[in-house]
Write a protein that binds this ligand. Structure first.
Ligand code: ACO
Length: 380
């Protein structure tokens, strides 16, 4: 039988100048810049978004112009927000994002064109921010919202969701999360979106496809699933018995652990953990953090020798909770998507402009050989 590449493991589907991962050493670089250097330098998320869409870091006036393009997206049409508010408040927020993005796919006059692709992508970052803020507010019983201009996307987003001025610490933490989740080469979501745009469907449809793939618990859904797992454990002194019953027994996978590419610590997990350590956790977030650190030790002890370590989703939920986002309706995965929309669109542009070809793999047929069709009335 001809061989297949299960899970497309180690299959290269495109060239990229965007992100590189050294899975053995746990190194992540955005267009050559190491993730720790970007974060330690206090970069604004919009600078890195510009880097992904334009290949170089912006100077001040380039950044200002780019931010104007993002902010032009904040004012999404009401019918896009209605695509969210028409659905029940019990909805999954990632599915609400998909519905709103599908409304843009239905109405925006998009055409792939080198002269305008990046402007559409910048606007889409802004549109996604108002869509995500409205999706989160909707499941919390609040009215729709459109972001207002400020000195950063992170500040505008927090003000819009919570109707109040965020602290500088909260703005900095969300800004960092926006950078950490911005791109990760070609995981399932990016690949799904690339399949969509390889047919020359529009950028919005590509994002809707990517969102659908992100939603599952083996990918972006792990951002919520990991925090849910800490909540299920309940308290730090229950970690050992829970681990024995659920992980040692093989009943469950440890969420927020393991990665197709990293065979050591995901560098983003370390950064999220250090934000959690320094953000001044209280209440439930503090309790979940104590559970998580105990669980991390047991998980690394058991799985480390097999190259399975904490991934970016292990501590991110605790940071989101500390920022005031509740653990419900897949909100944490929707926040992941808010950031990743930049990586998705940057990969789509790179693919369509420089290396386009319809993605159409093959399957190895293993069913019955040629058979004679028997009409229904003659079948027993
Ligand atoms: N807990 C327990 N066992 C695990 C875990 C885990 N988190 N991850 C991998 N394994 C085991 C599998 O059971 C399997 O064991 P086996 O060979 O005895 O059957 C082996 O490791 C290989 O697992 P695969 O699923 O084939 O490996 P893959 O490379 O596809 O794994 C994945 C990647 C899907 C992320 C996996 O590690 C996983 O399910 N993790 C939990 C979910 C999660 O945290 N996802 C987020 C990933 S990061 C992101 O998308 C942002």
């Amino acid at each position: 039988m001809e061989s297949i590449s299960k899970g497309l493991e180690d299959v290269n589907i495109k060239w990229t100048k965007l992100t590189t991962i050294d899975g053995e050493k746990g190194i992540l670089r955005y267009s050559g810049y190491q993730i720790e250097d970007i974060i330690n330098a206090g970069a604004l998320a919009e600078e890195i978004q510009y880097l992904f869409l334009n290949g170089e870091l912006p100077n001040r006036s380039q950044l200002d112009l780019f931010r104007e393009k993002i902010e032009a997206g904040y004012d999404v049409p009401d019918y896009v927000l209605n695509a969210i508010t028409n659905l029940p408040r019990s909805s999954d927020v990632v599915a609400l994002q998909m519905n709103a993005i599908a409304a843009l796919a239905a109405t925006e006059p998009f055409k792939w064109d080198k002269a305008t692709n990046r402007d559409y992508a910048a606007k889409l970052i802004g549109q996604m921010a108002s869509i995500t803020a409205t999706g989160i507010r909707h499941v919390l019983g609040k009215e729709p919202v459109k972001l207002k201009s400020s000195d950063s996307l992170a500040r505008s987003f927090l003000s819009a969701v919570f109707d109040s001025e965020p602290s500088e610490r909260a703005v900095a933490a969300l800004n960092t999360a926006l950078i950490l989740y911005l791109d990760h080469e070609v995981p399932a979501s990016t690949t799904a979106g690339l399949v969509v745009v390889s047919t020359m469907a529009d950028m919005y449809s590509g994002v809707a496809g990517a969102l659908a793939a992100l939603k599952g618990p083996l990918h972006g859904g792990a951002a919520e699933a990991a925090a849910m797992q800490f909540k299920e454990i309940g308290s730090p002194d229950m970690v050992e018995s829970w681990f024995k019953e659920n992980i040692d027994s093989g009943k469950k996978r440890l969420m927020g652990f393991g990665h197709r590419v990293y065979k050591t610590y995901d560098p983003r997990a370390k950064i999220f953990k250090s934000i959690a350590e320094n953000i001044g956790l209280t209440g439930e977030a503090k309790n979940l953090y104590e559970i998580a650190t105990k669980l991390e030790k047991l998980g690394v002890n058991k799985f480390g020798p097999r190259g399975i370590y904490p991934n970016t989703d292990f501590y991110s939920g605790i940071v989101y909770m500390a920022l005031g986002f509740p653990l419900q309706n897949n909100i944490y995965t929707a926040l992941f998507a808010l950031s990743r929309v930049t990586g998705w669109t940057a990969h789509f542009i790179e693919y369509v402009e420089e290396q386009h070809r319809l993605i159409r793999p093959r399957a190895v047929y293993v069913g019955p050989q040629e058979r004679k069709y028997i009409p229904l009335q003659e079948r027993k």
